[in-house]
Design a protein around this ligand. Sequence first.
Ligand code: PLP
Length: 380
Amino acid sequence: MDGNSLGSLPKITTKRLKQVLQKEWGEGMIGSWSNAGWFDSPIKVGDKIAPLIGAKKGEVIVADTTSVNIYKALCAAISLQKGRKIMLSEAGNFPTDLYMMQGIEAFSDGQLEAKVVEPDAILDNLNEDVAVLLLTQVHYKTAAIKDMKTITKKAHEKGVLVVWDLSHSVGSIEVELSKCKVDFAVGCGYKFLNGGPGAPAFIYVAKRHQKRALPILAGWMGHQDPFAFTDAYTPSPDIARFRCGTPGILGMAALECGVDLFAQTTIGDLRKKAMQLSRLFIELMAQECREYGFELASPNEDTKRAGHVAFRHIEGHGIYQAIKKEGIISDFRTPDILRFGITPMYLRFQDIYKVVQLIKQVMETKAWDRAEYKIRAAIT
Ligand SMILES: *Cc1c(COP(=O)(O)O)cnc(C)c1O
């Protein structure tokens, strides 16, 4: 129940990694950069992610981590916005998004400002001073979905460029980057894409910005001709300028396996099943656990809630620990949020029944009420 945090291991990944290790690395050695397609893999896997987020071929590249890509996207957007000094985001956004803005502000010597406002004040704060708006489409705590199309349009009306963080969207809900005219986006490889722990992330840059947007991390692999080894940096004219250094091929191969699974289905079908699973979960919780004080923290309306269901409970941490002891992995977000990932690719309706029955049993027997569960684990 936490595939929104770390997707499960696909069977094919074990086989594929063995092949990469033994054949491509073990036998092919350095020749595999061209013979096994290692060098082009960031673009190739990016092109496979593109249809999952409504982007075009050549607009997505796999590289670095989501955090690093947020930094790259923010700086690229700022480089297109001379005279504007504000980076705008909302309170309660995923911390790394806010920290990246604050880091850029700290380095800018007063030239740039990281501004964080309450979620309902975002539209009112869009103006001619704002260079870039950074938002996450699906909230990591509540799974609430933002209206990407309307917000992007309102930002553009004020000349503001947008960066959307798709970490909890990609592989879970339908995303329409081209239709919404999104400028930049980033996303995570290890959540719904099942790319494995610490899988490489991706960055999307709309075609119209690619020639002009500054690649702040001007690494040799983003050069227009990396193997010319020139002293002067000339960025690649396309999405390749957003690669920096040598890609980790083992992680890339695992991510590709996860992404390839999506070719067997459609995001529309996955989303439909996810909504049915989530509805069942919410209704069973209401029916079976009514007296135990759970409060739905996610939107109740199916179309407004993405790939996980969150409940608030004052004893959330103990409950999370007690069900984990029985083999059900969820996660806990401080101070009181229990998150349950709803991953339709491998969760069954009967799994939802089992989980609710277990939660009920934990509440009935007060199995959560143990001294060791009062201590919050360092990693939840
Ligand atoms: C998971 C997540 C990240 C993760 O960033 P990393 O650099 O991979 O650690 C970033 N943003 C959001 C919104 C997330 O949910």
